[in-house]
Design a protein around this ligand. Structure first.
Ligand code: APR
Length: 241
């Protein structure tokens, strides 16, 4: 992968970038569903059937995320952003906050965040502090006493702010995809949009994704092996502010 000072970089990350921080990916051995079936914990139907179980599942994930640290791949992306400025955009499917803790600022969580929640009736955001204090039990909204749900996009729901994502993708000259299996749409389709617009596409991960044939370049290796070396390779080509 070769970035020039004129490039606009759109980065899409998935669970694989946080794997080396100790957070399990979804698919594959030791997958994050932790013995749960997806339909049991990550759908509107699951919430309707057993909100306590769903709340418990996300509280557990939140605890894991809090005790994890950003790795060299998160840090490398933050450094690339420092150099590209507004020509950098990071769209993550991850609901952890490791990108932010590494220093990324131009970031969008298309599947929501473990660190936000909202009332199921009035949509009022639930304050973080209270969320930690009541993490074990399902909290109720201060205003209308309806249950508070995780601000997570479940299967069957629409990812957040797709308009901005498509606008940013439209401006990109390079799409860099890291650690996502290519099995969940719409994110798995970004590479096809990029192909139509002749955007250069690069995948980074230890194995080929399901949508492998759509990528111009596949860089096989873990995120921490590959991303810091991209920074070293491209350092001289990037502008300095
Ligand atoms: N570095 C980079 N990639 C890795 C690493 C690593 N160290 N370890 C594993 N991977 C790759 C795997 O090869 C796999 O292709 O990360 C990918 C993880 O794939 P999934 O578990 O399917 O995760 P993801 O693609 O992010 O899932 C998409 O599905 O369940 C929903 O909403 C959830 O956002 C999630 C979406």
């Amino acid at each position: 992968m070769h970035l020039t000072p004129q490039d606009h970089l759109f980065v899409l990350t998935g669970a694989g970038i946080s794997a080396e921080s100790g957070l399990a990916t979804f698919r594959g051995s030791g997958g994050l569903w932790n013995g749960y079936r997806v339909e049991q914990v990550a759908t509107p139907e699951a919430w309707a059937a057993d909100p306590e179980l769903v709340w418990h599942f996300y509280s557990q994930r939140r605890r894991n995320a809090v005790s994890a640290d950003p790795n060299a791949a998160h840090l490398a992306l933050a450094k690339i952003e420092e150099q590209l400025g507004d020509r950098f955009y990071l769209c993550t499917q991850n609901v952890d906050d490791l990108h932010e803790r590494a220093g990324s600022a131009r970031i969008h969580h298309m599947h929501g965040s473990l660190f936000q929640s909202r009332c199921t009736r009035c949509n009022q955001p639930f304050p973080d502090k209270a969320l930690y204090e009541t993490a074990a039990t399902l909290p109720l909204c201060d205003r209308c006493r309806a249950p508070v749900r995780p601000h997570i996009v479940w299967f069957g729901e629409i990812p957040l702010d797709m308009d901005t994502i498509y606008r940013k993708l439209d401006r990109a000259t390079v799409l860099l995809v890291v650690g996502t299996s290519g099995s969940v749409y719409p994110a798995a389709g970004f590479v096809h949009i990029a192909n139509q617009r002749r955007i250069h596409t690069v995948y980074v991960g230890p194995e080929e994704p399901l949508n492998r044939e759509a990528f111009d370049e596949i860089l096989l290796g873990t995120a921490t092996e590959v991303l810091p070396s991209l920074l070293r390779e491209d350092h001289s080509n990037l502008p300095h502010y």
